[in-house]
Design a protein around this ligand. Structure first.
Ligand code: GLA
Length: 390
C-alpha cells in the first residue's frame, strides 16, 4: 500500500512526513501514525470533576512516519520546528526542545504503566494549531503512544493509552489538566462526538444531528495566565465538593445544590452551579442528538456559554464577541466558548448547507466588533489515534 494516497495534498502533514522520511532514511517508513486534535461540543470544566464531556476529534492531527530501531532509543525530527530530539528509553530525561518533552513524557509514562518499549526513529509534523486550545499537545502524546504501540505490536487500548498520556502531561510536563483531551484523541469515532464519563471512562459515540456541522471559531487571542486560573478553578471545585460532602461535583444534582445553597459561599455556589448544570446539559445533549434535534442541542450550547461566562468566569471579551456574532446568524443553532477559556476558540453548531455563508458573516462581524481576525474551520469529526499505513 502506498503511504500517501493520490488524493492527499502535497503539503498535508501526512505527505510531508512520508516524503521527509524517505529523503532522510532512503526508504519508505515502516509505519505512519496519526492522532487528532479535538474540540469540545459540550461538557466544559467537568472532566476534573469526574463528570461528563462530549468532544469530537477534528480533522487535523499530528503525524509520525517511523521505523523500528534495534536499540532502546527514540530519534525524531520535527518538520514544524526543524529540530531533532533523542531519547534513551532506559533512562528518559528532561531537556531538549519543548515539543520533545511530550515524547519523553509519554515514553516515561508508558514504561511506568508496565509497557515494554521498543526504539524507533521518525519524522513528525502536524496541522493542529498550537496554543489555540485544540489539544495539539494531546495529539503529540497520543501519536507518540501510537508509534510505540506500532513498533511493539501492542493491541491499542485507548483508555490505558489516554491514562498514560494524561500521566505524562500531569507529572512530566507539569500541566494539571483533566482526561478529556487524551481520551478523545485516543478513542474518537469518525463522524461522531464522544460522550465520555470521566469517572468510569466509559464512552458512547453520538452522531451529530442530520444536516449540521461543527465549526471551530478561533479568536486568535491567547492568554498566558490560563494555567494559574485553571488550577484556581480546580481548587474551587474541590473545595465546593468538600463543603457538599461528596467525592466530586459529579455526585451532586441541581436540586441537591439548590437545597444546600444557603450554606455555601456565593463564589463556591456559582462555580458548583456551572459544573452541576453542565453535567446535566451534557447528558441532555445526548438525548437531543439521538433524536436529531439540532435546535434543542443549540439551546444547550448557548446556555453552556452563559454559565461559563457568568458563573465559572472563564470567558473573555473576544470569546463573548465571537459567540455573539455566531449566535446572530440564522444558520447557527447554538455557540459557546470551548476548552479551558480566557482566549482561544469557540464552537458553533451550524446548518451544513449554509456553513460557508456562516463563516463569512462571523469573520466579518467579529472583525468589525473587535478589530481581530478569526481563524474559522468547518470540522469533520475524525477517528482517534490510528496507524494509517504499515
Ligand atoms: C483544558 C483541559 C481539559 C479540560 C478543559 C476544560 O482543555 O486540558 O482537561 O479540563 O480545559 O473543559
Amino acid at each position: 500500500m502506498s503511504p500517501v494516497p493520490a488524493a492527499e495534498p502535497a503539503d498535508s502533514p501526512r505527505a510531508r512526513v512520508t516524503k521527509a522520511f524517505a529523503l532522510r532514511f532512503g526508504a519508505p517508513p515502516a509505519f505512519v501514525v496519526r492522532a487528532p486534535g479535538r474540540v469540545n461540543l459540550i461538557g466544559e470544566h467537568t472532566d476534573y470533576n469526574d463528570g461528563y464531556v462530549m468532544p469530537l476529534a477534528i480533522d487535523r492531527a499530528l503525524w509520525i512516519a517511523l521505523r523500528p530501531l534495534a536499540g532502546a532509543q527514540v530519534r525524531a525530527h520535527s518538520l514544524d520546528y526543524n529540530q531533532d530530539m533523542q531519547l534513551d528509553l532506559r533512562s528518559p530525561a528532561h531537556g531538549g526542545p519543548q515539543w520533545s518533552e511530550y515524547i519523553g513524557g509519554t515514553a516515561w509514562a508508558l514504561a511506568q504503566a508496565g509497557n515494554a518499549l521498543h526504539g524507533w526513529e521518525g519524522v513528525l509534523a502536524g496541522d493542529v494549531p498550537m496554543g489555540a486550545g485544540l489539544s495539539s499537545s494531546a495529539a503529540l502524546e497520543l501519536a507518540t503512544a501510537r508509534a510505540f504501540a506500532a513498533v511493539g505490536a501492542w493491541q491499542w487500548d485507548a483508555v490505558a493509552m489516554a491514562r498514560a498520556c494524561l500521566h505524562a502531561e500531569n507529572a512530566w510536563v507539569g500541566v494539571n489538566c483533566g482526561i478529556m483531551d487524551q481520551m478523545i484523541s485516543a478513542a474518537a469515532v469518525a463522524d461522531h462526538a464522544l460522550l465520555i464519563d470521566c469517572r468510569s471512562l466509559a464512552v458512547q459515540p453520538v452522531p451529530l444531528p442530520a444536516q449540521t456541522c461543527v465549526v471551530v471559531l478561533d479568536t486568535s487571542t491567547r492568554r498566558g495566565l490560563v494555567d494559574s486560573a485553571y488550577n484556581e478553578r480546580r481548587a474551587q471545585c474541590e473545595r465546593a465538593a468538600d463543603v457538599l460532602g461528596v467525592p466530586a461535583l459529579r455526585d451532586v444534582s441541581s436540586a441537591q445544590l439548590a437545597a444546600a445553597a444557603q450554606a455555601m459561599e456565593p463564589l463556591a455556589l456559582r462555580r458548583a452551579r456551572h459544573v452541576v448544570g453542565e453535567d446535566e446539559r451534557t447528558l441532555a445533549a445526548v438525548q437531543h442528538m439521538q433524536q436529531g434535534n439540532a435546535a434543542a442541542l443549540g439551546v444547550l450550547l448557548n446556555a453552556s456559554h452563559a454559565s461559563l461566562r457568568d458563573d465559572f468566569e472563564v470567558s473573555s471579551t473576544a470569546l463573548n464577541a465571537i459567540v455573539e456574532c455566531a449566535q446572530q446568524q440564522p444558520a447557527c443553532h447554538g455557540a459557546r466558548m470551548t476548552g479551558a477559556g480566557f482566549g482561544g476558540c469557540a464552537v458553533a453548531l451550524v446548518q451544513s448547507s449554509a456553513a460557508p455563508e456562516f463563516v463569512q458573516a462571523v469573520s466579518a462581524g467579529f472583525h468589525n466588533a473587535t478589530g481581530l481576525t478569526a481563524q474559522i474551520y468547518i470540522c469533520r469529526p475524525s477517528a482517534g489515534a490510528s496507524i494509517v499505513s504499515a
